[in-house]
Design a protein around this ligand. Structure first.
Ligand SMILES: [Zn+2]
Ligand SMILES: [Zn+2]
Length: 241
């Protein structure tokens, strides 16, 4: 549901609790909160707007449904505990170490019951939401995809990757004028000096042992880009591995 508001790339990791926390921080503060939704029995006549608190209190509301909240960190711990007890096998550090092929049935059953109780509680919910209310900002990616974000959850300078899978475009959010600036790497063609803008993500993801073929938009000539290791003069403290 949240993919209108966040790309797969911006979720970054895959662990469930991390994903939920990212959604809370970047898409909807209430993503893991208990929320009850009601609807007014009668439609509000258009000429009666704006309504005040008393008007709302005088109305009759019918329940639509409930999203049951949960603690991402608690579910994250259960997830890790189950993986440790029942999924992974230890790798011995030497041949003298015995490897247990099977987990402890009692411990596993106990953890499974604990997890089921949590999951059952969440499954009682009848609705799930992404982003109720709050101002929305949007921009159109050069690929044509419409990207939306909640204004209150955007930080100055934040990188937003396009929501379309396989789109390489990303944008930098500039708070001052609420704009999204395309992140590009400029490559001046070795043949005609035309400046080609290529998506920054292509450079960031370029493996060190590969070359990227750029066909110049100015003259059609092939240009190749690759990483190069340089010897640097040590003029300031460097961290080394
Ligand atoms: Zn795109
Ligand atoms: Zn060229």
């Amino acid at each position: 549901m949240a993919h209108d508001y966040i790309s797969h790339d911006d979720l970054r990791k895959w662990q469930p609790s991390h994903i939920v926390n990212t959604l809370i921080n970047e898409v909807d503060r209430n993503a893991a909160e208990t929320v009850k939704v009601y609807i007014g029995r009668e439609p509000v006549p258009e000429d009666s707007l704006p309504l005040n608190r008393e008007d709302y209190e005088a109305m009759q509301f019918l329940p639509l449904g409930t999203q049951v909240g949960f603690e991402p960190s608690k579910l994250g711990k259960l997830w890790n505990a189950l993986a440790k007890l029942a999924l992974h096998i230890g790798i011995p550090t030497s041949k003298d170490v015995t490897v247990n092929q099977y987990g402890d049935v009692e411990k596993i059953a106990c953890k499974v019951r604990e997890a089921l109780a949590e999951i059952r509680e969440v499954s009682e919910g009848t609705l799930a939401f992404v982003g109720i209310g709050g101002q929305e900002v949007s921009f159109e990616c050069s690929c044509g995809a419409k990207n939306k974000r909640r204004l209150e959850l955007l930080n100055d300078g934040q990188t937003v990757n396009c929501i379309r899978p396989n789109c390489n475009e990303s944008y930098k959010y500039e708070q001052a004028d609420m704009s999204f600036v395309r992140r590009v790497f400029e490559v001046v063609c070795s043949c005609c000096n035309y400046s080609n803008s290529i998506p920054q993500n292509i450079i960031d993801k370029l493996p060190t042992n590969r070359a990227y073929l750029l066909i110049c938009s100015g003259c059609g000539e092939n240009n190749y880009l690759s990483w190069e290791l340089n010897v640097v003069q040590r003029t300031m403290p460097l961290t080394t591995d």
